[in-house]
Write a protein that binds this ligand. Structure first.
Ligand code: IPT
Length: 961
């Protein structure tokens, strides 16, 4: 690896990948060769610039006793060791002048001393390995320079056997935050310098292989597996006792096997035995091809129910421990996720071992993104400048060589958002030569010349449908158009999970299930990158005083930063469930469809339960025949009487990722006519001193607003159309339209005024006529509240007629009111337990739910509208003694309760900014606007848009206790 220009630039501005290191090779966990971790506390010194040529710290005998310390693996900016995290999405946080970087280049000098274990280094060599250092490092051992490297999320090794001593070895590592490599690492994430993955010494005994490559294919026609393990630099034998395999390395052997799939992650334990080392193998047999325009594994089309996963932990950044990696995968499996794209760099290598073991399809993506050049019309883009090609090839090789032995990895990805260029083609050509057994992915080149699949991010449903029919608009030259049109289609990113959302998942899934060409997608993204912060709870861009930043665009995951599943993940689990359970109306049966690609439902047990008004009546087991993948069966249910029948498919046995009884899929059927509350009529209004009494209701005679319902004080009951805009309401800055947050504000929907035109006391009604409108805008909502009562209960019918030209949908349409803080317990019959909106309601289970108002809040990192419950028939808010208020809907409604107003929710920038006041604010909505995915994609589908039009809706209120 030679240096490339410019001539007198420092090594970290050299466009080349580095010098002095070993050729890349496979990473593996199990070996009888010795290993020694160099993780732990290291001496650390931070300098503000890289200009210092002073390398004296690397000399043995240097006195670092005055230095601080830093934990390795770790990022110094997250350990109070100086500097701060910084977040940008696309823009480089420094002037773009490749390969030059700023003079102010934070530089972390790391030092550690160590003794060797007894008997080391034996008769062979010792290798020093860095699994990840951002953004570059120069390394000295015992005063001798070993070399330098770039490629932050890739491994780098040096041969150090000859330099080691039994005791008192001094390892010195100088890390610069910025290097030429930073231009290749412009991923949408925090900039976090440091030695953030393991540092290890590995014995390389004489006779140990330099590298090995496991090829394990599966032939679905005859059920055989063919194993061949290439072994470089040594003679060896390959043993797989369970299969009776004992062959020379390099020799192919064919035996009957059970294949590896993400559904059935069958691994065979084996060994590669050489004279110097025994290496543990975990062999999964599988074959991936594109055939008939489809991605097929083991002869079958697969459907990706995927997520994009960045490595992230709220305290340690991209230094992610083994337990957290496993936690991620267990959560994925529990939520029916079957695929991961390792956006946008190879993950910690141990993560892929876990993918092999637990069963996930993996798109392994190279550590490469040059997105910031898009702002320069891609001028100077490194991937189209051959001086950078050695660095690109180095990155491709480090990924492929490191990860080539994983059954789970079925697709290599060249990188993300790099535009187009010859460098990408060079990478693709190298990868194809080295590993023809996997497919190639890259999204950013619409010609698709270097890839095996057509991949896109954030297309609309309508476009996905066209692509599904292979009827998309022709694009580009005839040759690339034809090539692309013949390819399978994958959405490498879709459904932007920023804040409340993503909306529209179900509609995508229907397309994936209808069109075989659409082989699923990968939600953007797995986890919010909110950093733990003493004041803000979780911090996002700008919270560390960054000059340039992209605010909370870094919080767009299906998990909150602390790894609690967000409603988006619950929704995704339901939408992608591998078994569909649907009532067949009027037949007393459910249709059970097997959506797995390979397995039957034999690992599942089916149960049914019957509830009336949310109260259990009967339940039992359901016998479901063995249904082949893609097939369905109709199964009778004991459906007599009215109510709700719930059928669940649960794990029949404990698995590596879920306990027996874990719910994989469910479906509900409701029978009987909708229950409408009896009319509350008959009572006569009475006028008092400034008040009107109607049944249990007491109203202000001037404003017509209720002040009490029975013993319960009520505050500010009125029509409400406002919600604190979600990130998806606000929309992405670069998308032209449907950015409703701003449009709603322009229309004044956050400052509606309520004019009282009349308070009419009739025979048995109180009718309050109002006009609800913002100042200075020609829009209004004529709103009448018609109150009736029957002595015990109070009825309200609200009618709304829009006036003016409404060009924006309404955020919501319903009433809101305040109750004293004591009424903080909620109970309802309707959708639950979590929040739901018109296009995020698949996971809402019809039933009877109880939780505190505090628990009804969804803790989005940036506060915004949240917490609505769908399809609610009745809801109660009570104090500890059961006193309170019950509301029944004339038709199902949306129920929201919180200890702050929508205005306060809108004003808050972080969760700790929300403080409970003396009021529980309740919204009962007739309708709400959908959520969509406009924070980085399509908006709300027309059927989920809440256009302003005349409406009427009603409630019956009963004071309780
Ligand atoms: C796309 C990026 O690939 C991803 O890294 C992330 O930034 C995502 O968007 C949004 O969160 S690129 C976008 C401009 C479509």
């Amino acid at each position: 690896m030679n240096r490339t220009q410019p001539p007198d630039s420092p090594w970290y501005e050299d466009m080349g990948p580095g010098s002095g290191g070993l050729e890349p090779r496979a990473w593996y966990a199990e070996s009888d060769a010795g290993r020694m971790s160099l993780n732990g506390e290291w001496r650390f010194r931070l300098s503000p610039g890289a200009a210092s040529r002073d390398e004296s710290f690397a000399r043995p005998g240097f006195d670092a006793s005055g230095w601080g310390t830093v934990g390795v693996p770790g990022h110094w900016v997250l350990q109070g060791a100086g500097g701060a995290p910084a977040y940008t999405n696309v823009v480089y946080p420094f002037p773009v002048d490749p390969p030059r970087v700023p003079t102010a280049n934070p530089t972390g000098d790391h030092l550690r001393t160590f003794d060797l274990p007894a008997g080391w280094p034996g008769d062979g060599d010792v290798v020093l390995r860095f699994d990840g250092v951002e953004s570059c490092a120069r390394v000295w051992l015992n005063g001798r320079e070993l070399g330098d490297f770039k490629g932050s999320r890739l491994p780098h090794e040096f041969s150090v056997g000859a330099l080691l001593r039994a005791e008192g070895n001094v390892l010195a590592v100088r890390v610069h935050q910025w290097s030429s490599g930073s231009y290749l690492e412009d991923q949408d994430q925090w900039w976090l310098p440091g030695i953030f993955r393991d540092v290890t010494l590995l014995e390389r005994p004489r006779g140990a292989p330099r590298d090995f490559f496991v090829h394990a294919g599966y032939d679905h026609r005859d059920g055989s597996g063919t194993l061949r393990v290439e072994c470089a630099g040594a003679e060896g034998r390959v043993l797989v006792p369970e299969l009776g395999v004992d062959v020379a390395a390099g020799e192919a052997v064919t035996v009957a096997v059970e294949p590896w799939t993400a559904e059935t992650p069958r691994l065979y334990d084996g060994e590669l035995v050489t004279s110097g080392e025994r290496i543990g193998l975990r062999v999964g047999f599988r074959t991936v091809v594109v055939e008939d325009g489809l991605i097929k594994v083991n002869g079958r089309r697969v459907l990706f129910r995927g997520v994009n996963r960045h490595e992230f932990h709220p305290e340690t950044g991209r230094a992610v421990d083994a337990a957290t990696m496993r936690r991620d995968l267990v959560l994925m499996k529990q939520h029916n996720v079957n695929a991961v794209r390792t956006s946008h760099y190879p993950p910690h290598p141990a993560f892929l071992d876990l993918c092999d073991e637990l069963g996930l399809w993996v798109i392994d993506e190279c550590d490469l993104e040059t997105h910031g050049f898009s702002g320069l019309e891609w001028r100077g883009n490194p991937v189209d400048d051959e001086r950078w090609t050695p660095a690109l090839l180095d990155r491709a090789a480090r990924m492929v060589e490191r990860d080539k032995n994983h059954a789970s990895v079925i697709i290599w990805s060249l990188g993300n958002e790099c535009g187009t260029g010859r460098g990408l083609s060079a990478m693709a050509a190298w990868i194809r030569r080295r590993d023809p057994g996997r497919l190639l992915h890259y999204e950013g080149d619409p010609s698709c010349r270097d890839v095996d699949l057509y991949s896109r991010m954030y297309p609309t449903h309508a476009e996905v449908e066209l692509i599904g029919r292979r009827a998309e608009e022709p694009w580009g030259d005839a040759e690339s158009d034809a090539r692309r049109r013949a390819m399978p289609f994958v959405l490498c990113e879709y459904a932007h999970a920023m804040g409340n959302g993503p909306g529209g998942l179900s509609a995508y899934q229907r397309l994936f299930e209808r069109y075989e060409r659409c082989q699923g997608g990968f939600v953007w993204e797995w986890i919010d990158h909110g950093l733990a912060h003493p004041e803000h709870g979780f911090a996002y861009g700008g919270d560390f005083g960054e000059e340039l930043h992209d605010a909370n665009f870094v919080c767009d995951g299906l998990l909150f930063p602390d790894r609690t599943p967000s409603p988006g993940l619950i929704e995704y689990k339901k939408v992608v469930e591998p078994v569909r359970i649907e009532p067949v109306s009027g037949t007393g049966t459910v249709r059970i469809t097997n959506g797995y690609d390979f397995t039957g439902p034999a690992h599942l047990e089916f149960t049914w339960a019957h509830e009336v008004d949310g109260v259990p009546v009967a339940s039992g087991a359901l016998t479901v025949p063995d249904v082949a993948p893609g097939a369905s069966a109709q199964v009778p249910l004991p459906m007599d009487g009215v109510g709700v029948w719930t059928v669940r498919a649960v794990l029949a046995r404990d698995t590596a990722w879920g306990a027996r009884g874990h719910v994989v899929a469910w479906g509900q059927a409701e029978t009987g006519a909708a229950v409408v509350p009896a009319a509350a009529v008959g009572a006569r209004p009475e006028r008092g001193e400034g008040l009107i009494t109607l049944g249990p209701g007491v109203f202000d005679a001037v404003t017509g607003v209720p002040v009490r319902l029975g013993a319960v004080p009520v505050e500010g009951l009125r029509l409400d159309v406002w919600r604190a805009p979600t990130d998806n309401d606000n929309g992405a800055a670069w998308l032209p339209d449907e950015r409703y947050g701003a449009l709603w504000r322009e229309s004044g929907l956050h400052r509606m005024r309520h004019r009282v035109d009349a308070v009419e006391v009739g025979e048995d009604t109180v009718v309050v006529r109002t006009r609800v409108a913002p100042a200075g805008v020609g829009l209004g909502l004529r709103t009448a509240y018609r109150w009736t009562a029957d002595g015990e209960r109070l009825g309200l019918t609200v009618s709304v007629v829009p006036e003016g030209e409404w060009r924006v949908p309404l955020p919501r349409l319903g009433i809101r009111f305040g109750l004293p803080a004591a009424y903080g317990g909620a109970r309802w019959f309707g959708g639950g337990p979590g929040e739901a909106y018109p296009d995020t309601r698949a996971a809402s289970v019809l039933g009877r739910w109880r939780m505190s108002v505090d628990a009804m809040q969804t803790p989005y990192v940036r506060p915004q509208e949240n917490g609505a419950r769908a399809d609610v028939r009745w809801a109660e808010l009570t104090d500890g003694g059961g006193a309170g208020l019950r509301a029944e809907g004339g038709e199902p409604f949306w129920f929201t309760a919180r200890r702050w107003t929508s205005e306060q929710l809108d004003a808050a920038e972080h969760r700790p900014g929300l403080r409970a006041g003396g009021t529980v604010w309740v919204n009962l909505d007739h309708a709400v606007q959908g959520i969509g995915s406009r924070s980085c994609g399509p908006g709300v589908l027309p059927e989920h848009r809440l256009d302003a039009r005349a409406a009427e809706f009603s409630f019956v209120f009963t004071p309780l206790g």
